[in-house]
Design a protein around this ligand. Sequence first.
Ligand SMILES: Cc1cc2nc3c(=O)[nH]c(=O)nc-3n(C[C@H](O)[C@H](O)[C@H](O)COP(=O)(O)OP(=O)(O)OC[C@H]3O[C@@H](n4cnc5c(N)ncnc54)[C@H](O)[C@@H]3O)c2cc1C
Length: 299
Amino acid sequence: MYKELLKILPAEIIKFNEPMREHTSFKIGGPVDLMVLPQNTEEVIKAAVWCRRNDVPLFIFGLGSNLLVREKGIRGVAVKIGHGLDKVVINGHEITAEAGISLADLSLTAAENGLRGLEFAEGIPGSLGGAVVMNAGAYQGEMKNIVAEVTVIDAEGNLKSLSNRELNFGYRRTILQNSPLILISVLLQLEPGHREDIKNRMAGFRQQRQQKQPLELPSAGSVFRRPEGFYVGPMLEQLGLKGFTIGGAQVSEKHAGFIVNIGNATADDVLKLITHIQGLVKQKFDIDLQTEILVAGEE
Ligand SMILES: Cc1cc2nc3c(=O)[nH]c(=O)nc-3n(C[C@H](O)[C@H](O)[C@H](O)COP(=O)(O)OP(=O)(O)OC[C@H]3O[C@@H](n4cnc5c(N)ncnc54)[C@H](O)[C@@H]3O)c2cc1C
């Protein structure tokens, strides 16, 4: 497989048996057979078409901040849409950006250019692509409100545009989840604002996160989707779960909605902890907690 891929892609962008724990914010996850780190859209298309023609499973990810990868790792090819696919063009109030740019860099660029609408993204540690796929949001903002359209690569390797409506945004959901479409670039529609006001708002959000979230430990953010009418953190706190630990996975002492890796946690530790929490929440509140983080890799 490696030799075949070398015929169509440069050797320096292919990694063999690459540990996913080095590419996830949880610092958890076994090796992927081959990881491709494309530097342009053409390389993404080549890798995707090659996988399809050769019946090799293809996994697409960004900065791995919403992912739990199992210990056996990922079979086939994982394409990381990150550095290299991070160009930005500003045109008036619109920004066209490649999917691999980090939300941190993008929100800063928007602020520097006096464009508001992306302040909520301050502190969300993902890529623009991952943020659109997940409809990431915080502090009353979400990607849905600022995405005008996106460019994707379809299963045949063709570029295609999808409008905001076609993405069918929902709570932490879009049609891009579990689909063969690969997000390549995004057109954002922002509004004019004052650079200092925008930066101040961002600094406020940063401070709130630092106070409330366990940013000093590896995690994948909020583990569970918010059930209507409830907040997961306080619910788990009420169940006395803060600090509850299985192996190296712990319900954060600082924010019970986060599971943190306190040292060499395995995906199994995290999954057992999730099941334990779901059981208690069902028993006490009769609520079926669903996970927000996505689980990948061989069982
Ligand atoms: C400390 C912390 C705080 C967080 N706070 C928030 C928050 O406030 N709000 C929030 O919504 N989330 C939050 N998150 C979760 C996470 O950062 C977001 O979901 C983020 O948008 C994921 O982006 P990513 O690039 O890391 O995606 P990944 O984790 O790499 O991937 C997520 C999903 O998107 C798919 N995907 C990624 N890129 C592409 C692409 N280019 N094309 C097709 N599919 C793709 C992957 O297959 C996967 O299914 C937080 C996480 C952490 C660790």
